[in-house]
Design a protein around this ligand. Structure first.
Ligand code: CIR
Length: 265
């Protein structure tokens, strides 16, 4: 198996991104682009095959590709983002994902952002955030319950997405900011708390042998490393001004080795 990592370039218009919990401050697209390229190199050095989805220059948030598709082993679900400004991001991502999975789509009135969906083994946590509504959650459940996934709703408060508050480092261990989600919703899993001075530190991008992690969280990183987890840190500070984090800049798709090129030669 290989892991294909779909990414999307930083738009020159990123400064016009959606913002929910942050004040708008200037974002330098060239710095954001450099950081994004370093993130892609980090994925490649972890063994992922990085493929950029074309287009999106006029879509300020296109780099945050995670929100556009949720990939399972059996199918992919193309979302209907909660922010209307992001809905045109779906067509190119859908075209890329269709090469690797049968696709289902979230239809109106449903809204769902990929950042609100955390898949851990056969458990699917879905955050009810400002971006994901009950209809979106119900549609996702209809798509994956027949495949044997247990879809659990999680209340999200005070942050953008579920994955701002919790991600998985293994099938047993979750990194969590308890201020933003009730841990009672996470039964059956062990919880590692973010450092209190690092509220945004719950977002790790899980790969088979390591996690990719924002360099801004050294204290929580220590906690991860103390658990024996390999952490590859990357500076995502410019993307963080657009409310982006480690998971949101890629869609990971396990594929049989040899089928991991968008344009096989
Ligand atoms: C937005 O508000 O949609 C973007 N500015 C940031 C999206 C970040 N996505 C994610 O964490 N999954």
């Amino acid at each position: 198996m290989s892991i294909l990592a779909l990414t999307r370039d930083v738009s020159p218009a990123i400064a016009r991104c959606e913002l929910t919990h942050l004040e708008r401050i200037p974002i330098d697209p060239s710095i954001a682009r450099r950081q994004h390229a370093a993130y892609e190199r980090c994925l490649a050095s972890a063994g992922c095959v990085v493929q950029r989805v074309e287009g999106g220059a006029d879509m300020p948030d296109a780099v945050f590709i995670e929100d556009i598709a949720v990939v399972f082993d059996e199918i992919a679900v193309i979302t209907r983002p909660g922010a209307e400004s992001r809905r045109e991001e779906t067509s190119a991502v859908s075209e890329a994902v269709t090469r690797y999975r049968p696709v289902r789509r979230v239809e109106p009135p449903g809204t769902l952002d990929g950042g609100d969906v955390l898949v851990v083994g056969r458990t699917v946590f879905v955050g009810c955030s400002g971006r994901t509504n009950a209809a979106g959650l119900a549609q996702l459940r209809c798509s994956v319950r027949p495949l044997g996934y247990d879809v659990r709703e999680v209340e999200v408060r005070g942050c953008l997405h579920l994955k701002s508050a919790v991600t998985a480092v293994s099938d047993q261990l979750l990194v969590v900011n308890r201020e933003w989600i009730p841990t009672a919703d996470l039964t059956d899993f062990e919880v590692l708390d973010v450092h209190p001075q690092e509220p945004h530190a719950a977002n790790v991008l899980r790969l088979p042998d390591r996690v990719i992690y924002a360099a801004a969280f050294p204290r929580t990183r220590e906690r991860l490393e103390a658990r024996g987890i390999r952490v590859d840190a990357v500076d995502l500070s410019e993307l963080a001004k657009a409310e982006g984090a480690a998971t949101c800049c890629s869609i990971l798709i396990p594929v049989p080795t040899g089928t991991d090129r968008l344009n096989p030669s």
